[in-house]
Design a protein around this ligand. Structure first.
Ligand SMILES: NC(=O)c1ccc[n+]([C@@H]2O[C@H](COP(=O)([O-])OP(=O)(O)OC[C@H]3O[C@@H](n4cnc5c(N)ncnc54)[C@H](O)[C@@H]3O)[C@@H](O)[C@H]2O)c1
Length: 332
């Protein structure tokens, strides 16, 4: 089996590529390196270019006639940037994805796995969601992902294409073999800022302490990146048995972790604990949610193998070697 991974030089795509290669699945990567890293594709079959480039996509399919499925991870993903530049985000994520799927259809692609996100949901009062929860994105980034899902579903209803949208919750950790990890030197999510606070001996800001959660801090569903990759392998294995022409499956752990709980777990993993300081919510912050994972279990036969502590441990391990593997000042 061979798969084409769009965005395979990024955090998620490069990890999926490693998992595929470990499982004996051939991998071809197309990536424009707008945020991805050449180091992550150094020993891989790689096409440097844009998913919207029709002749390039035609060439990839001509040179790899045995592509079984396409995994589409290529996107811009920074929520505040999408608020500042909605047109740019819709162009990058929606227009280019529409071009890409058109190129895929022309080349006879029948199986598409799309990287979607929990950011499309409005959570219920108990802060859980499942695939039938209301879709109500709160940012242009979230909208762009929901729009792609809708576009792909409409196309799949009249073309010989099946689409599986995997809605990721909050990926953390790194490849347990440390081949790849988060390429950003200064990630802005809670675990990233915790690691930075730890390195700098600074306090960690708990931004928002009046949310309707068990301890007032925001809640997330942290899924280990290797488990996320494993879910893609499971999806490839069962793709043709999945119901419908367009299906969505949530990928999380089924457990919510508050920011305070994350900090407690983090402090158990490090020698010098990080102090917490309470601060006001930042604009755009949301209480968060966690997912029920029945559908992933039932349809993919997949359950996460790693826990929060593994995710923290692997993130710390990766942060310690990141500059060695990814030298240079880019991707701050
Ligand atoms: N990381 C998360 O927290 C998260 C959560 C939910 C969903 N997702 C989704 O997962 C996917 C991958 O995210 P990530 O965290 O790996 O981000 P990333 O920025 O690390 O990876 C995205 C990759 O896509 C490439 N790319 C972007 N636009 C391209 C284009 N037009 N043509 C070719 N390549 C292009 C980038 O260079 C990069 O390598 C995205 O679609 C994102 O929406 C990520």
């Amino acid at each position: 089996m061979k798969v084409l991974i769009a965005g395979g030089a990024g955090y998620v795509g490069s990890t999926i590529a490693s998992a595929c290669l470990d499982a004996g699945i051939g991998v071809v990567i197309v990536d424009s390196l707008v945020t991805g890293r050449r180091e992550f594709v150094a020993d891989r079959e790689f096409y440097d270019g844009d998913i919207a480039d029709g002749p390039l996509v035609d060439r990839i399919f001509a040179e790899h006639r045995d592509i079984y499925a396409v995994i589409h991870c290529a996107a811009l993903i920074v929520v505040p940037d999408s608020v500042a530049d909605p047109a740019g985000y819709y162009r990058a994520n929606v227009v280019k994805s529409l071009d890409f799927v058109t190129h895929l259809l022309r080349n006879g692609c029948e199986r598409l796995i799309f990287s979607s996100t929990a950011a499309i949901y409005r959570a219920s009062e108990d802060l859980t969601v499942d695939e039938d929860s209301p879709v109500a994105p709160s940012s242009p980034y979230g909208h762009s992902k929901a729009m792609c899902e809708a576009i792909f579903a409409d196309i799949a209803s009249v073309h010989p294409l099946h689409v599986l949208s995997l809605r990721y919750f909050n990926p953390i950790g790194a490849d347990p073999k440390m081949r790849t990890g988060l390429q950003l030197r200064r990630p802005t999510h809670a675990l990233g800022t915790m690691i930075r606070a730890h390195d700098e001996g600074a306090p960690f800001l708990i931004t928002g302490t009046d949310y309707p959660t068990r301890d007032g801090s925001g809640i997330r569903d942290y899924i280990h990146i290797w488990d996320l990759a494993a879910a893609h392998l499971a999806a490839l294995g069962r793709f043709d048995a999945l119901p419908g022409r367009a299906l969505a499956i949530n990928l999380g752990t089924g457990r919510g972790t508050t920011v305070r709980e994350l900090l407690d777990a983090f402090n158990r993993a490090v020698e010098h604990p990080v102090r917490a300081r309470e601060a006001a919510r930042r604009p755009g912050d949301v209480v968060g949610a966690f997912t029920r994972i029945d559908r992933a279990q039932r349809l993919l036969g997949w359950v996460p193998q790693y826990d929060l502590h593994d995710g923290i441990r692997h993130s710390l391990q990766w942060a310690a070697i990141r500059d060695e593997i990814l030298p240079g000042a880019v991707s701050e």
